[in-house]
Design a protein around this ligand. Structure first.
Ligand SMILES: [Zn+2]
Length: 112
């Protein structure tokens, strides 16, 4: 198994790049999208974050999507959809989604 980690656990072009290498060069056959409760990606909006970066770093990133989310199950569904829609992920690859609850330590599968 290969574990790909990033802020929010979001599916990005670079995650798909890594999955294609994992599957086509190294033979992995299944994907689990795992997000967690109390995620830092739930603590901001793109607009507010852009304003913060402009203020604190003097850099304009308006229009950039940092992939924040408010509903953790919905963000899992969105990322599973993104994988299913990618022509680089074959249709016979099993894809599931789950949420790790940081308070209980339990992982719950998300119905897609
Ligand atoms: Zn997080």
């Amino acid at each position: 198994a290969h574990i790909l980690r990033n802020a929010g656990g979001r599916v990005t072009d670079d995650v798909i790049r890594s999955l294609v290498i994992s599957q086509q060069q190294l033979g992995t056959r299944e994907i689990v999208v795992l997000h967690h409760t109390d995620c830092g990606a739930q603590s901001f909006t793109n607009e507010a974050f852009a304003a913060q970066l402009e203020r604190d770093l003097g850099v304009s990133v308006h229009g950039k999507d940092f992939l924040p989310f408010s509903d953790v199950e919905e963000s899992v569904r969105e990322d599973v959809r993104k994988l299913r829609e990618s022509p680089l992920i074959p249709d016979d690859i099993v894809i599931s989604g789950a949420v790790y609850d940081v308070n209980t330590g339990r992982i719950s599968e998300v119905t897609l």
